[in-house]
Each structure stands twice: as C-alpha cells, then as structure tokens.
Write a protein that binds this ligand. Structure first.
Ligand SMILES: C[S@@+](CC[C@H](N)C(=O)[O-])C[C@H]1O[C@@H](n2cnc3c(N)ncnc32)[C@H](O)[C@@H]1O
Length: 204
C-alpha cells in the first residue's frame, strides 16, 4: 500500500471520528470559517469526504474553492455532496498538484499535518506557501499533545492509521511552530475536546 492512503477507510472515516470525538471534529473545523472574506480563493488540502466544503459554501456563497485530496474515494465522496459548478475545482493529488495559475487568499488544512513528520512537514509547507496570495489566511486544525492521555490516544490512532492507511508519521509534528517558521502569525486559536484538538488562524 502506498503511504497515507485513505481509500480503504474513506467510507467509514466520518462515522469513526464522530464515534471517538463526537462533534468536536466538526465544531473545531467550522470555528474560523466565518473569518474567510467573501470572494476569496480558497484552497482546501486533504479535505476528506467533503462535509467541510458544504459547510463553507453555506456561510460563504461567493468563494472559489480548489479542493485537493490524495484519496480517490475521499474525493468521489466530496464530489457527490455537491452539484458541479464552476466555483469549485476538484483535484486528485497532493501539495505537489496545487495549480500554479492561482494564488489563494485562504488555505485550510485540517487533520493533515498529523500525516507528516517534523522533517517532512516543512518541505510540504514551503510548497504550499508558494500558493499564498498577499495577506492570506491559513486555517489549520489538528491535534496537540500535552497531557498523558492525549499522548496515549495519539499513539493508538497512529497505530490504527498505520494499519489502515499506512500513515507515514508515528509522531505528531510541531505544526504550530512549523507554520510560524515559514512566516505565519498566529492571530487566534481555540481548543476543543479538553484541549486535544486545536484550530489556529494564521495570517501571512
Ligand atoms: C486524516 S484525513 C482528514 C480528512 C479531513 N480533513 C477531516 O478532518 O475530516 C487526511 C486526508 O488527507 C488526505 N491526504 C493524505 N495525504 C495527502 C496529501 N499529501 N495531500 C493531500 N491530501 C492528502 C487523505 O486522503 C485524507 O482524506
């Protein structure tokens, strides 16, 4: 199996995460969507089954979205949720396939950084950074590990996703630091699920 392959788990992914984290997964990812200005070009990278796109379009009718995911099954589920329209572009791919003809006013990466290591994350971030428009925002939501039970849960999740999806990373990278290292200014953040999930809004 290739690494970070979510094809096998796509059909059950949302139900599984809801079972473990309840609504925290949804609330955390929706938290900063209202801060995206109307008319923005938005890049959603590793968006999964596409519910985030439906939520975004409910509150921001006039955004253009480029939706990239590496799993064909995840992408197919995302496409099924929407009537095809010009303002949304779906791409089966990774950070290597971001269209170079656009610059993005907002980038959304949710539960995407945890697939990388402290070594591979800066490489991916520097690629994505090339696609940022001037004064762009970046919304990132992911796990943060501080307490013993969070470390334990992360270990269990990495083990599970190693088996199911051959996830490359076995340790959470320091993603807040990595985003600041490429020039992101943390302007706001909020924690969910007793501090285990953090959504952060960065300004570039
Ligand atoms: C952990 S899931 C999170 C999905 C979604 N963001 C959510 O929170 O419900 C990671 C997603 O990223 C996709 N993915 C993995 N590696 C990727 C990469 N390098 N570029 C784009 N998508 C990737 C997977 O196919 C999967 O849909």
């Amino acid at each position: 199996m290739k690494s970070n392959d979510f094809d096998r788990i796509a059909f059950a992914y949302d139900r599984l995460t809801k079972l473990v984290f309840g609504n925290a997964i949804i609330h955390s990812q929706k938290f900063f969507l209202h801060r995206i200005p109307e008319g923005s070009n938005v890049l959603i990278l590793g968006g999964g089954t596409g519910w985030i796109l439906t939520e975004l379009l409910k509150i921001k009718k006039n955004v253009n979205v480029c939706y990239i995911d590496a799993s064909k099954n995840m992408l197919a589920m995302a496409k099924e949720k929407l009537i095809p329209r010009e303002q949304i572009q779906f791409i089966l791919g990774t950070e290597n396939d971001i269209p170079s003809e656009h610059k993005f006013d907002c980038i959304i990466t949710n539960f995407y950084f945890d697939l990388f290591t402290d070594e591979s994350l800066p490489v991916a971030l520097n690629k994505i950074k090339q696609a940022l428009a001037l004064n762009a925002k970046w919304i990132a939501t992911d796990f943060v590990e501080i307490r013993w039970w969070q470390k334990l849960m992360l270990k269990a999740m990495h083990f599970f996703f190693k088996l199911m999806s051959n996830v490359e990373s076995q340790k959470l990278p320091e993603w807040n630091k990595a985003l600041q290292a490429i020039g992101g200014k943390l302007v706001d953040s909020r924690n969910f699920y007793r501090g285990f999930i953090q959504t952060s809004l960065f300004q570039f």
